[in-house]
Design a protein around this ligand. Structure first.
Ligand SMILES: [Zn+2]
Length: 190
């Protein structure tokens, strides 16, 4: 008799309502496209935080950032010197970090307002000054800051020009010796 219990068709049950999704899902960087950088690849660390590498000032220069802990790296920190390296190199470093890092996802950086970005650029330029010579300000040296600056190369160059106009004691603009018409920016010697 017990067998009939199992062969009996079960009473129909109403379909469960679809699980409610919150209107805004927390953004941990899975689809984040911060202004001014091109995200090339993303990995997940051991706690599902995103580790990504990206290009910013130049398409052949890569920077790595973990959106869990605060690990960052560029070509210089990976190899210890400036020089060419392969996409595989940078992918390996990002992947190695992702397989060992256990930091939880932190909030992705909010886009700062224009004044805040200009202020950071001014402080950066002032910090680059040397006593004996003008130091060229290359925007590729901002690569590690680009996830928090969130501005295009053109915007940053424009801001440097404004700094040169408004604070010639800190930044000066000079025409490039090598490519006609291009402007180079220097932290003025103090
Ligand atoms: Zn990490």
């Amino acid at each position: 008799m017990a067998l009939t219990l199992f062969t009996r068709r079960p009473a129909p049950t109403p379909a469960a309502p679809p699980a409610a999704r919150p209107d805004t899902w927390p953004e941990i960087g899975e689809t984040w496209k911060p202004e001014g950088v091109t995200v090339v690849e993303r990995y997940y660390n051991q706690a599902n935080a995103v580790v990504l590498f990206y290009t910013a000032a130049r398409e052949y220069d890569y920077a790595i950032a973990c959106l869990g802990c605060h690990f960052t790296a560029t070509r210089e920190t990976i190899r210890g010197y400036q020089g060419w390296y392969t996409l595989e190199d940078v992918a390996t470093v990002a992947n190695d970090h992702a397989t060992t890092c256990r930091a939880l996802p932190r909030d992705i950086p909010a886009r700062p307002d224009d004044d805040a970005v200009r202020d950071r650029l001014k402080k950066w330029a002032a910090g680059c000054r040397r006593q004996d010579e003008d130091v060229q300000l290359r925007i590729q040296h901002l690569d590690l800051m680009r996830l928090t600056l969130q501005r295009s190369n053109g915007w940053i160059e424009n801001a440097l020009q404004q700094l040169a106009d408004g604070h010639p004691d800190i930044v000066i603009a000079k025409p490039s010796k090598y490519s006609g018409g291009h402007t180079e920016f220097y932290a003025r010697c103090s």
